[in-house]
Design a binder for this molecule. Structure first.
Ligand code: UD1
Ligand code: UDP
Length: 367
């Protein structure tokens, strides 16, 4: 049994890291194929270094580009590698263009596909990620759904139950494995002059937010209102896409908002867990705030992580329109919600099901 782990962006490296660690631990024959969708040091290599991951066997250096161009380049190059170094199964994670290209290339070569984090739906087809995840789910052989809600979405689309395995989300494994490690490294709160629970943390990078002048403007003015209302600084480690668009649209950074470079995972975990509240449009950050018991305001019109809203950890703020009301509401939360994403053994369950095939009994996570 040989596995090809295909990844390309920051969240895929982080969420695949527990699976890579398990492959190493269990002596499974595998290799990493990196598309190079993310390539800047702080979006890519820093995570391999901090998480002590082996180098990718192949790096396609595809880089940035329009959707068709980027996905097309990946598809051609992944196909070449899968023919030359044929695995028994390809694992992809999430909903990026890397996932679409990886799953499509494997499907045409009749190589089995395992989709990690299957069954998420925003029901918003204007998001490129929604198209990517729907296609990946429908051509996959093993669908590793994080929760029963995602299993239900898959069943509703006619995907057979035998293909679906509820494993929890590897984001929990990664957070649990690295939070303690992070405390022994750089003290980023001290470095930035921050005190626990006396700041908000923010991220924003979704195309539908930051490529739209009105929406990006609304988010920045929301940050400004929050600072005026609550008097706490907003620490904003910004994705390169966001920095580019802030410059292009000519926005000023509002008073109280500290825009900084993207952080390493170990530092970002500290920033998240020390925050009074998190404002974000990121999928992974919505999950992590829920796991780390920090209230979250999601700066979008919808979320494919409804579990976080259902347990009371998150609220959707329609891309910042009602940011103050949502912030007030979340600041009152009692922080007593349950983590819906499993116990931190999703990587183990994923590999167990990948290696042994369909129909086996596996431990159920609490939902
Ligand atoms: C991609 C994913 C998104 C995911 C995000 C994680 C798609 C369609 N989008 O969005 O689902 O949430 O990754 O962060 O796959 N850039 C750099 N350095 C890099 C990478 C990007 O400077 O290492 C800049 C470039 O200007 C680039 C822009 O960011 O044009 C966008 O990068 P791209 O990979 O196209 O999309 P993301 O916004 O990163
Ligand atoms: N993250 C990080 N440094 C940062 C911001 C985010 O390490 O400055 C991590 C975060 O902990 C999470 C992941 O990046 O695990 C989320 O990635 P992103 O928001 O880019 O993508 P999404 O999850 O929305 O696809």
């Amino acid at each position: 049994m040989k596995i090809a782990i295909i990844l390309g962006t920051r969240p895929e490296i982080i969420k695949m890291s527990p699976i890579i660690r398990q492959c190493e631990k269990q002596g499974i024959d595998y290799y990493i194929l990196h598309t190079g969708q993310h390539y800047s040091y702080e979006m890519d290599k820093i995570f391999f270094e901090q998480l002590k991951l082996p180098q990718a066997k192949y790096n396609l250096d595809v880089g940035s580009g329009k959707h068709g161009e980027q996905t097309g380049k990946m598809l051609v190059a992944i196909e070449e590698i899968l023919i030359k170094d044929r695995p028994d199964i390809v694992l992809v994670q999430g909903d990026t263009n890397t996932v679409l290209a990886g799953a499509l290339a494997a499907s045409k070569l009749q190589i089995k596909i395992g989709h990690v984090e299957a069954g998420l739906r925003s029901f918003d087809c204007t998001m490129p990620e929604e198209t990517n995840r729907i296609i990946a789910d429908h051509i996959s052989d093993y669908l590793f759904a994080p929760t029963e809600t995602s299993r239900k979405y898959l069943l509703n689309e006619g995907i057979p139950n035998e293909k679906i395995f509820v494993t929890g989300n590897t984001v929990v494994d990664a957070a649990y494995q690295n939070l303690e490690i992070s405390k022994n490294g750089v003290d980023i709160l001290k470095e930035l002059g921050l005190k626990e629970k006396e700041y908000f943390a923010a991220t924003a990078h979704r195309a539908e937010n930051v490529d739209n002048t009105e929406r990006l403007g609304r988010i920045l003015s929301g940050f400004s209102q929050i600072y005026k209302e609550f008097g706490l600084p907003i620490i904003f480690p910004a994705h390169p896409r966001t920095v580019k668009m802030i410059k292009e649209f000519g926005f000023e950074i509002p008073e109280g908002t500290r825009l900084i470079e993207p952080l390493g995972y170990l530092e970002f975990l500290q920033i998240e867990s020390g925050a009074r509240m998190i404002l974000t449009d990121s999928g992974g950050v919505q999950e992590e705030s829920c796991i780390l018991k920090v209230p979250c305001v999601t700066l979008r019109d919808n979320t494919e992580r409804p579990e976080t809203v259902d347990v009371g950890a998150n609220i959707v703020a329609e891309s910042g329109e009602n940011i103050i009301e949502c912030t007030k509401k979340m600041l009152e939360s009692n922080l007593e919600w349950e983590n819906p994403y499993g116990e931190g053994n999703a990587a183990e369950l994923t590999l167990q099901n990948t290696v042994t095939g369909y129909g086996i009994e596996f431990r159920k996570i609490k939902n």
